[in-house]
Design a protein around this ligand. Structure first.
Ligand code: EPZ
Length: 418
């Protein structure tokens, strides 16, 4: 398994472009199951999760090709509706085939995704939504078995916002008979991107990005083309990379409006952040305060930037109370940061970070999940000496060529092939 060696001490400076959003690309890929024909997506990031999703779509009878960030998916008419465990277990987002398969074939057999490092990741809200749309749902031998004569529009109220649940129901409702309302819907930009694509396919989705989404079912959808929105989490990670090293970094090809929560917190800590059209710049800063964050659904502080922000707070001149209110176990990176001499006291969902500016020291550490791996690379950028991050396949799941992007900004980062 590859490792990443990071030498600390270099200030990062310059411009770097954000890639397309992983968490938009994945639902868009599965939405293609709603319509036969050739779907074309541009600005698609070159990630392990995209490759895994292609394998699942090919298992379901589709043809896919990927070149120069353009992804083509040809959906045939064949009735294959099983997503097997050995594919789903590698990537939880595979559960997003449930809605499209049920809507198009009125039947689906999808492996339960199982948990992951950051939490149990249940799908009860997905299944309750499908039942509300008229599906018979059974769970047997680790698989969700779903059947329906035809999905019927319904009013669905999520007890708490769920990104995947909102996406799954939106896709299922697109071909249901009648009108569906999703209340307490997730409001992430990736939800809006998916709704825009469903509408390009001939669907009728209104209100995406707000807490009430209305979907008018149609009889048929058709393949279309779409440019994936920029990855706000990668953009935020790169901004923090500039900030933590005291450099000046501009992230281009991104949507500053999608980064408001992070930008607000970095400004509160003392960073000067400027925006200009589709770019955001963090200006050089010699010292910053500790600030508190609580992760919440969009537009709050994103849980996917919590670990990266914690690395930044390790270098602050104060104390930061970090509350992870979305996932129950998303502090796996804390003990690894402590190996780098960080001063962090983790509790159940709260971690108190005491800034030890300039005191991080390099050491071998282990990535446990996608965003934890990014956090450890960021800490390595400022730790004295060398930090070697193992299991960086986690990083490759969600960041396209991170070492090339950081090296281009002046970091000393190299991949160690096992
Ligand atoms: C999406 O996961 C993202 N993944 C995650 O990004 C992100 O952290 C998360 O949304 C929150 O923003 C993709 O988009 C592929 P949720 P998802 O359903 O849809 C609970 C990354 O690093 N819940 O919004 O699985 C759940 O346990 C990944 O890129 C239920 O209880 O997240 C969690 O506590 C990690 N029952 C909370 O809701 C359900 O049926 C939010 O989960 C579904 C969710």
């Amino acid at each position: 398994m590859d490792k990443m060696a990071v030498k600390g001490g270099n200030r990062l400076n310059g411009e770097v472009a954000a890639s397309g959003a992983k968490n938009s690309t994945l639902p868009l890929m599965f939405a293609t199951l709603l319509a036969e024909g050739e779907h074309v997506f541009t600005n698609v990031p070159d990630l392990l999760d995209v490759t895994s999703s292609r394998q699942l779509l090919e298992h379901l009878g589709c043809e896919t090709s990927y070149k120069d960030h353009t992804l083509r998916i040809f959906v045939r008419g064949g009735k294959t509706f099983e997503a097997p465990y050995d594919i789903v277990r590698k990537m939880r987002a595979s559960i997003l085939v449930l809605g499209p398969l049920l809507a198009r074939f009125r039947e689906a057999k999808v492996s339960l995704p199982g948990g992951c490092a950051i939490g149990t990741r249940p799908i009860d809200l997905h299944l309750e939504g499908m039942k509300a749309l008229g599906a018979d749902i059974n769970v047997e031998a680790g698989y969700v078995l779903a059947k329906t004569s035809r999905l019927q529009g319904a009013k669905i109220l999520f007890e708490s916002p769920t990104v995947g649940g909102t996406e799954n129901i939106m896709m299922a409702a697109a071909l249901a008979e009648g009108e569906t309302f999703i209340e307490n819907a997730a409001k992430e930009p990736e939800i809006v991107d998916l709704a825009n694509y469903i509408n390009k396919m001939g669907g009728k989705v209104e209100g995406a990005g707000s807490s009430i989404i209305r979907i008018q079912g149609v009889d048929r959808l058709r393949a279309a083309e779409h440019k994936v929105i920029p990855d706000r989490i990668e953009a935020g990670t790169l901004l923090i990379a500039g900030g933590i090293t005291g450099g000046e970094v501009t992230v281009t090809d991104c949507h500053p409006a999608d980064l408001e929560a992070l930008i607000g917190k970095m400004r509160e800590a003392g960073f000067k952040i400027t925006t200009d059209g589709d770019s955001v710049t963090v200006h050089s800063c010699s010292g910053w305060k500790g600030v508190d964050i609580t992760t919440t659904p969009h537009p709050g502080f994103p849980t996917d930037l919590q670990a990266q922000f914690m690395a930044l707070m390790c270098q602050s001149q104060g104390t930061s109370v970090i509350t992870e209110a979305v996932f129950e176990n998303r502090f796996m990176h804390v003990q690894e940061l402590v190996r780098l001499n960080a001063d962090i006291t983790p509790k159940t969902r709260v971690a108190v970070v005491r800034g030890t500016r300039g005191k991080l020291t390099g050491a071998p550490v282990m990535a446990t999940d996608l965003r934890a791996s990014a956090c450890l690379v960021l800490a390595g950028l400022v730790a004295e000496g060398e930090t070697v991050v193992s299991r960086i396949y986690h990083l490759d799941r969600g960041y396209e060529n991170m070492e090339r992007k950081l090296t281009g900004l002046g970091a000393q980062v190299r991949r160690l092939k096992d």
